[in-house]
Design a protein around this ligand. Structure first.
Ligand code: DLL
Length: 433
């Protein structure tokens, strides 16, 4: 049975959602014009005023915002409310440049937690469930967002945060956790640690997992589902727009429903900025129509995906996005070929390897090199060099047919690639271009 947190809005007829978006957009543009001088200047430069925005059909007239704007306006330049009305900040884990700092009023937090509650109920959660939140707490949005959503659903919430993996497993067992929320790489690590402790899926009561914050393939999903004995659901979001819960998977698992009463989604051509028709692949752009403190209009996410309005058997009517197929900024261009780390992951998992790998890109004598280091499972591990060479050759072939490129593959010993308790670092690009 499909469960909803706010069925009247999650399953509302399309016309009703469109009317709500129109009304909220008009109000939001006015709010931003009056309160965010940085964006007002951008609108003026483009010759747009709030009178030009009469409905969501006029969205294309507004200027884009990008991460560069966030850096330029850091920290207070994009706020829509005075600091005294804000109650919280969250921030990205960005390692380059300035971090993104997002502000929230109590109302913003309330709506954000509603979005996370929708995701938990879509994964089958109820007030009978015990929900272990193993995303990082603190500045990262994963822990606080799902914690709030879990409270709203009425689950007994275990705020373990990430880390101390054996203790995570002990809590799952002792407190009978039924839902696990963490990054997919941490879920895989928890599964691996369970195996080492001699535990299998039947030894834990988990039934569902809500995993996101980083790219993960369908193959990785199956892997996690088998080791933990659960159904694994995807959840998407970004700090700039609140955090997790911008979109989430339902039981159909054919994309993630975007919470359209809070966010209007567009797909654009990342090179030209042109809005693309439904079904096209391109860069996802969001306009937040309910956020008060940090109201971003036409924010370019750099995530590449496709939108679909095909009716969903779950009964929800909100548009669905595919799993992000990559980011405009994590796409590697290697010897002129576009490569996404997710493609490499798919090849590895299809050949039976775990999702523990590292992609090292370098430039030697003006030629790009692609080195993929892949961990063997303990069962594969051997000191027979002939066997290893044979396996490496198979992977080189698999990668060649997926990417059209020759990579160097190095199989490494089990556990030699550092595990992540949050987002995994998959790519090391040593090129100095
Ligand atoms: O990762 C928010 C989040 C927390 C989402 C917990 C889901 C669960 P940021 O740290 O700002 O926020 O990173 C946002 O992470 O633009 C995507 O590139 C990527 N991302 C988030 N969810 C997914 C997902 C959080 N389900 C950036 N699949 C986004 C693929 C994802 N990529």
């Amino acid at each position: 049975m499909e469960r909803y947190y706010q069925p009247e809005i999650e399953c509302a007829p399309r016309e009703q959602i469109k009317a709500l978006q129109d009304e909220r957009l008009v109000r939001q543009v006015k709010h931003v014009w009056e309160n965010v001088p940085y964006y007002r200047r951008k609108m003026e430069a483009k010759g747009v005023t709030p009178e030009d925005i009469k409905s969501s059909d006029d969205l294309y007239k507004l200027p884009f915002l990008s991460k560069a704007d966030l850096r330029e306006a850091y920290p207070y330049g994009l706020m829509g409310k005075p600091l005294k009305d804000c109650v919280r900040i969250q921030s990205t884990s960005g390692t380059t440049g300035k971090r993104v700092v997002a502000f929230y009023t109590q109302h913003d937090i309330d709506l954000w937690e509603d979005c996370c509650a929708r995701a938990i109920m879509a994964a089958g959660g109820t007030d009978e469930d015990v929900c272990q939140v193993s995303y990082g707490y603190g500045l990262f949005t994963g822990g606080p967002g799902l914690n709030g959503g879990s409270h709203k659903v009425g689950c007994l919430t275990i705020p373990t945060s990430s880390g101390n993996t054996e203790r995570q497993i002990m809590f799952i067992q002792d407190l009978s956790a039924t839902i696990l929320c963490c990054t997919p790489s941490y879920a895989a690590y928890i599964g691996e640690t369970m195996k080492e402790m001699g535990l299998g899926p039947d030894d834990i009561p988990l039934k569902a997992g809500i995993f996101g914050a980083e790219a993960w393939s369908q193959e990785m999903r199956r892997d996690i589902e088998n080791t933990l004995g659960i159904k694994a659901y995807d959840i998407y979001g970004l700090t700039e727009l609140s955090g997790p819960g911008v979109s989430f998977e339902c039981s159909a698992q054919t994309g993630m429903h975007i919470n359209e009463d809070h966010f209007i989604a567009e797909i654009i051509n990342p090179e030209t900025g042109e809005v693309l028709p439904e079904g096209s692949q391109g860069e996802l752009v969001f306009t937040s129509i309910t956020k008060e403190a940090f109201p971003l209009l036409r924010y370019r996410t750099r995530d590449i995906c496709t939108l679909t309005r095909e009716p969903c058997p779950c009964g929800r009517t909100h548009v669905k996005m595919t799993k992000p197929q990559g980011r405009t900024d994590d796409m590697l261009i290697i010897r002129g070929v576009n490569v996404f780390p997710s493609q490499i992951e798919t090849v590895l998992l299809n050949h039976g390897y775990p999702a523990n790998y590292q992609i090292i890109v370098d430039r030697v004598r003006n030629t790009d090199t692609l080195d993929v280091q892949v961990e063997m499972t303990p069962e594969m591990f051997t000191d027979n060099l002939g066997d290893i060479a044979e396996r490496q050759k198979e992977l080189v072939e698999g990668l060649r047919s997926m990417l059209g490129l020759t990579a160097k593959v190095t199989l490494v010993a089990p556990k030699s690639i550092v595990r992540s308790e949050g987002k995994a670092v998959r790519v090391i690009d040593r090129r100095k271009i």
